[in-house]
Design a binder for this molecule. Structure first.
Ligand SMILES: [Zn+2]
Length: 463
C-alpha cells in the first residue's frame, strides 16, 4: 500500500478504510473501499479489496461522497459577527457535509481588499473553524495596486461587483476598473469572480416601478426590479474581457437562463469563463414565493419555475460548472419581516448545511444520478479555488474528507437542523430527500448524527 509522509501534519497516523457499495469517485458511482492513512487518502480500491490491517468502516449501501467544497459563502467575520461567524458557519458546513468553505471578501470589516485585512481575517478565524477554509480577495474601485499583495499572501482569486454590493465599503467596479484589475491578474492563473448584474437596468426598472406605485410587499415587484437584462449585459461584458485578457472569469450565482446561449457560445470558442448557480435558484420558483416573505430575497433574484428548469438543463449539460449556496445571512430584523417590504430587506439567503439534500431532492425529481454531486459540489468548486487534487474528490493523494450520505432519508427542515447563527431561512418547513450521517475532515470525524465532535479546520493557503 502506498503511503504519504505525515510529518508535522497531524497526530493521526492510524490507517483506516471506508467501504460502501455506493462510492462517488471522479470515475463515477461504484462499490469501492477508500483507504486512508493519517490525513490523506492513499488509495481507492475495489470493494472486496479492503486491506486487512486498517480499521474498516463498512457503511453498507449508504453513499460515500467527497467532502463538499462551497466556494461562495459570506462568513462576515471579523466585523459583522452578529450576522454570522467562523464558529457558526463552519459548524453549519460540517453538518451538511461541506469540508471546505471559501469566504467572500465583503460583509466582514475590514473588507478583504488588501493584505492587512486578510491577516485580520486569519486572526479572527484562529481556533474557530470546524472545517477547512480559504478567503477570496476583493477587487473594488481603486484597489488594483493591492491585488499583487493579496495574491502573494495566498488568496485563491478575487471577487468583484458590477452593481452596488449592499456594503458601502465594498465599491462596485466598472469596465475601466476591471481592466486595471485584469492587467494585474494576467498571467497569475488566479480567477476573477464577478457578481454579474449591472446597475442600469435595475435602476431603470426600480424607478419605473416606484413611479407607478408598485407594491414592494409583493415578490413580483422585487423580481421585476432585477430584470434578466442586468445579468445578460454584465455577462456579455465579462465574456468580452475574459477573452481579451485571457484571465479566467467566473460568473457567481447565475440566475437568469437568458444568459445561457451566450455562455455556451463563448465556451465553445474556448473563452475562459466558468459559471455557478446556487441551490435556491434550483429549488424555488418565483410563482410560489408569498408576499412579505423576505427570507427569499437575494440578488440576482429567484426567477420563474421555467427559468429554474433551464438552469437544471444547463447544469446537467455541463454548461453550468457547479452549485454553491451564496449563504449570506443577516440579523433577522434586517430582513424587515415587520413591514415585509422587499425593497428594504437585506438581500441574502441563509442555507449553509442544506445544499446537498436540496440538490439531491431536485436531482431525484429529474432522474439525475448522485455521482454528479462529485463534480457540482466537489471537484468543480475545488478547481475554481485552486484546490483540485487536495479537495473535492475521493482519490489517492487527496485529503481524507468524506461524507456519509443516506440518499433515502426524507425529512422536514426545522430550526433545530440549522446550525448557522440566525435560524431564518426559506428552507424552513421544506421536505428534503437525503441526509448527511457523518462528515470526516482529513481523517477525523467532525460531525455525526449524534452531534459535533471538534473544531479542527484550518486555512488552505494557496502555495
Ligand atoms: Zn454572495
Amino acid at each position: 500500500m502506498p503511503s504519504t509522509s505525515l510529518s508535522g501534519e497531524s497526530n493521526v497516523s492510524m490507517a483506516q478504510a471506508f467501504r460502501s457499495t455506493r462510492v462517488v469517485t471522479p470515475q463515477g458511482l461504484a462499490p469501492a473501499t477508500v483507504v486512508v492513512e493519517g490525513e490523506r487518502i492513499t488509495a481507492v480500491r475495489a470493494w472486496a479489496d479492503a486491506p486487512a490491517a486498517p480499521d474498516l468502516r463498512d457503511y453498507g449501501d449508504l453513499v460515500l461522497l467527497p467532502g463538499l467544497v462551497d466556494s461562495h459563502v459570506h462568513i462576515n467575520e471579523p466585523g459583522r459577527t452578529d450576522w454570522e461567524g467562523f464558529w457558526t458557519a463552519t459548524r453549519a458546513a460540517a453538518s451538511g457535509g461541506v469540508t471546505t468553505l471559501v469566504d467572500m471578501p465583503l460583509n466582514c470589516v475590514p473588507e478583504t481588499i488588501d493584505a492587512g485585512a486578510l491577516q485580520a481575517k486569519r486572526d479572527a478565524a484562529e481556533g474557530q473553524a470546524w472545517v477547512d477554509w480559504a478567503a477570496w480577495g476583493g477587487v473594488v474601485r481603486g484597489n488594483a495596486d493591492a491585488l499583487p499583495g493579496l495574491a502573494a499572501a495566498g488568496v485563491p482569486g478575487f471577487k468583484c461587483f458590477l452593481i452596488h454590493s449592499g456594503i458601502d465599503g465594498f465599491a462596485w467596479v466598472d469596465e475601466a476598473d476591471l481592466r486595471m484589475a485584469l492587467e494585474r491578474l494576467r498571467g497569475t492563473g488566479l480567477p476573477l469572480l464577478a457578481h454579474a448584474e449591472v446597475g442600469r437596468p435595475v435602476d431603470a426598472a426600480t424607478h419605473r416601478l416606484t413611479a407607478a406605485g408598485a407594491n414592494w410587499r409583493s415578490y413580483s415587484t422585487y423580481l421585476a426590479s432585477r430584470p434578466d437584462a442586468a445579468e445578460v449585459e454584465a455577462i456579455a461584458m465579462l465574456i468580452r474581457l475574459a477573452e481579451e485578457y485571457a484571465v479566467p472569469i467566473h460568473v457567481v450565482h447565475l440566475s437568469s437562463s437568458h444568459a445561457l446561449p451566450m455562455l455556451a457560445e463563448a465556451r465553445a470558442r474556448g473563452v475562459p469563463i466558468t459559471v455557478e448557480t446556487c441551490a435556491q435558484y434550483l429549488h424555488f420558483g418565483a410563482e410560489e414565493i408569498p408576499d412579505c416573505a423576505t427570507e427569499y430575497k437575494c440578488a440576482p433574484p429567484i426567477r420563474s419555475a421555467a427559468n429554474r428548469e433551464a438552469l437544471w438543463g444547463a447544469l446537467a449539460d455541463g454548461l453550468i460548472d457547479m452549485a454553491t449556496t451564496d449563504h449570506s445571512p443577516c440579523p433577522p430584523e434586517m430582513k424587515r419581516r415587520g413591514t415585509g417590504r422587499y425593497d428594504e430587506a437585506w438581500g441574502g439567503i441563509a442555507s449553509l448545511g442544506l445544499a446537498l439534500p436540496v440538490l439531491w431532492t431536485g436531482m431525484c425529481k429529474r432522474g439525475i444520478g448522485i455521482e454528479r454531486i462529485g463534480e457540482w459540489m466537489g471537484a468543480g468548486p475545488a478547481r475554481l479555488a485552486g484546490l483540485i487534487g487536495r479537495k473535492g474528490a475521493l482519490a489517492a493523494g487527496a485529503d481524507a474528507d468524506i461524507v456519509v450520505f443516506d440518499p433515502d432519508a426524507v425529512w422536514t427542515a426545522t430550526a433545530d437542523d440549522l446550525h448557522f447563527r440566525h435560524k431564518l431561512s426559506p428552507y424552513l418547513g421544506a421536505e428534503l430527500r437525503g441526509r448527511v450521517r457523518e462528515t470526516w475532515l482529513r481523517g477525523e470525524r467532525v460531525f455525526s448524527d449524534d452531534g459535533f465532535i471538534g473544531p479542527r479546520g484550518r486555512e488552505l493557503v494557496r502555495a
